[in-house]
Write a protein that binds this ligand. Structure first.
Ligand code: ZN
Length: 143
C-alpha cells in the first residue's frame, strides 16, 4: 500500500505514513504527536491550509467560535463523530475568533460550518449544528 501524506496537526510537519500503519496510531517523526487518534484537534489557519492542501486522508473542519452557542452544543457530537470516523477522515476544529482571516479565506457566512477536504480541494460544506450520527453520515457522503 502506498504511503499517505499526513500533516501533523500539532507542529505542521508533513509525515509519510505507510497505508498499513494507519490503524496503529502513527506518530509524527518531528514532535512525536499521534497523527491519527480519533480526537478533534484544534488547528490554526496555517496548519489547516497545509493539511487541506497536502493530506491524503480526508480532512473535515469545524469552523466555530467560543461565543457561538450552537457551536458549543455541537462540540461533543463532533468529538464523537471524530472517534467513529478514525482512520477514514481526520476531524479538526478552527476557532474563527482566534483566526479572523479564516472567514474571508473560506467564505464563511455563519458558524458552525463544516467543510470537507479531499485530494487538495473542498468537496462539501454544511452550515448549522448536527448530531453525531448525522455528522458521520455527512462525512461518509462528502469524502
Ligand atoms: Zn508533529
Amino acid at each position: 500500500m502506498a504511503a499517505l501524506k499526513l500533516t501533523c496537526l500539532d507542529c505542521g510537519q508533513v509525515n509519510r505514513v505507510p497505508g498499513e500503519k494507519i490503524a496503529d496510531s502513527p506518530k509524527c517523526g518531528t514532535c512525536g504527536a499521534t497523527l491519527i487518534d480519533g480526537k478533534p484537534h484544534e488547528v490554526d489557519l496555517a496548519t489547516l491550509e497545509k493539511a487541506a492542501r497536502t493530506d491524503d486522508l480526508p480532512l473535515v473542519v469545524d469552523f466555530w467560535a467560543p461565543w457561538c452557542g450552537p457551536c458549543r452544543m455541537m462540540a461533543p457530537h463532533f468529538a464523537q463523530a471524530a472517534g467513529q470516523l478514525r482512520g477514514r477522515a481526520r476531524l479538526v476544529k478552527l476557532n474563527t475568533e482566534a483566526n479572523p482571516q479564516a472567514g474571508g479565506k473560506y467564505g464563511i457566512r455563519g458558524i458552525p460550518m463544516l467543510a470537507a477536504f479531499k485530494g487538495g480541494r473542498e468537496t462539501a460544506r454544511q452550515a448549522g449544528a448536527m448530531p453525531a450520527p448525522q455528522i458521520v453520515d455527512w462525512v461518509n457522503r462528502a469524502v
